[in-house]
Design a protein. Structure first.
Length: 109
């Protein structure tokens, strides 16, 4: 699979905006976007699109959407970039929270 993010950047941006994301910039083969979760928290994510070069008669795309720092990751396949991106599990990405650090006891750290 080869990275096709740059080639389909415009169509990805349209679908991302329809999903409630704001595309910030393209950087080193991925799109960086910002999304507001239903609870009001804003988070950044990266979107990468890959095209399967081996599937000659029927094109196949895989989109990989990851929260900043790589957790969680959602990857979906589709016949078009928009179809693959429409299959992303946005509730999974919206609801993820990093575990809270252990409370510090005064005087120990």
């Amino acid at each position: 699979m080869k990275n096709a993010t740059r080639r389909h950047e415009g169509s990805l941006a349209v679908v991302l905006r329809a999903q409630g994301c704001e595309v910030l910039r393209a950087r080193s083969g991925s799109l960086v976007a910002q999304r507001v979760a239903p609870d009001g928290r804003t988070y950044r994510l990266t979107v990468e699109l890959y095209e399967d070069a081996a599937a000659a008669p029927a094109r196949r795309f895989r989109v990989r959407v990851a929260r900043r720092f790589g957790l969680p990751v959602c990857a979906r396949h589709g016949a078009t970039p928009g179809e693959a991106l429409a299959r992303v599990e946005w509730p999974l990405l919206d609801s993820f929270r990093l575990p809270m650090p252990a409370p510090r006891i005064a005087g120990l750290f």
